[in-house]
Design a protein around this ligand. Structure first.
Ligand code: AVI
Length: 313
């Protein structure tokens, strides 16, 4: 088995700076990447089990059903690179279909990533697995040093691209382009525009898992930064904005209140919002157009039940 883990600890010290900057901004906001502490990862898994949130299930079904076609459209690949790989659960099927010599996975939750990637390396002894504990939004370029020579494929599933506003999405896609070079490819999954009521339900599940996931962000800030958010005085509020083509997720202050974080004080008016996440939805051609602005050219696409996977070179 060939496995290595490289930690970039300095890249993960931004929580305090980002929270202070976000609370000073108008509207107040906190980047969604901070949802994923241990409890947040568990809650996200619970969301994916909810009947209203079909995104993850649909992508899995699409990938399973179309894998042979996808593999033949991709062709020979030497290294698969997955930013934000989490528990490495999505890339397994691709490894079995594409047989690359190398896999490079990155995630901000370095130790969870390392454990999952090591297991993957055990199960695929022919693949050299590198796990990078990093915030790829900061350090993506450093990942270029790990794949060997040959053809690279960035795999970015799960509609994670939807969590970036289009201008930032284009910038990230351009960085992927640079990472894989002229011969490289991008295989990306994203959620499609659909009935707003269906989208609304997906982010307001009856079991309350999305609400708990959203509120857990405040819990994390209390625990890790010694803040004093009173969770009972904030409410999960998510809705689909059809003009912007996005779900907006907020935590709305139910009262006037002042919160302390690292000895700094932030006042919330009653009804004032803390923006926690955008989740953009696209038409198929709309997405290909923004990828085109980042230097990608669409080769193939597969779509099923409101979800699409597109392949670019
Ligand atoms: C990870 N990301 C694609 C999810 C989404 O749907 O935007 C995160 C999520 N937020 C609330 N529910 C799920």
């Amino acid at each position: 088995m060939a496995f290595r883990f490289v930690d970039f600890p300095s890249a993960r010290d931004d929580l305090l700076a980002d929270v202070l900057a976000g609370l000073a901004a108008r509207p107040k906001s906190i980047p969604p990447k901070y949802f994923y502490d241990e409890a947040g990862c568990r809650l996200f898994d619970a969301i994916c089990q909810q009947p209203e949130y079909a995104l993850t299930r649909t992508e899995r079904a699409l990938m399973a059903a179309r894998l042979p076609e996808i593999a033949s459209a991709v062709g020979k690949v030497d290294c698969i690179i997955e930013p934000g790989a989490g528990d490495c659960g999505k890339v397994c099927a691709l490894l079995d279909a594409l047989h690359p010599g190398q896999l490079v996975v990155m995630d901000i939750a370095g130790s969870a990533l390392a454990a999952a990637a090591e297991q993957l390396a055990h199960a695929h002894p022919g693949i050299e697995v590198t796990a990078l504990g990093m915030d790829f939004m900061r350090d993506l370029e450093a990942a270029a040093a790990y794949p060997g020579p040959g053809r690279r494929l960035v795999y970015y599933p799960g509609s994670s691209i939807g969590n970036f506003p289009p201008v930032e999405a284009i910038a990230l896609l351009a960085r992927f382009r640079h990472l894989v070079g002229a011969t490289g490819q991008l295989l990306i999954g994203f959620d499609l525009k659909k009935d707003p009521q269906q989208l609304h339900r997906a982010y307001n599940d009856a079991a309350g898992d999305t609400a708990a996931f959203n509120l857990n962000l405040l819990q994390r800030i209390n625990r890790e930064l010694g803040a004093d958010f009173d969770l009972a005085r904030f409410r999960h509020y998510a809705f689909y904005n059809p003009v912007a083509g996005r779900i907006e997720m907020h935590l709305v202050s139910l009262t006037g209140q002042t919160v302390s974080v690292a000895n700094q004080h932030f006042h919330f008016e009653p009804g004032e919002t803390l923006l926690t996440e955008y989740s953009y939805k696209y038409h198929r051609d709309e997405f290909s157009t923004i990828a085109g602005q980042a230097g990608w050219h669409r080769v193939s696409e597969w779509a099923q039940d409101g979800f699409a996977v597109q392949l670019f070179d």
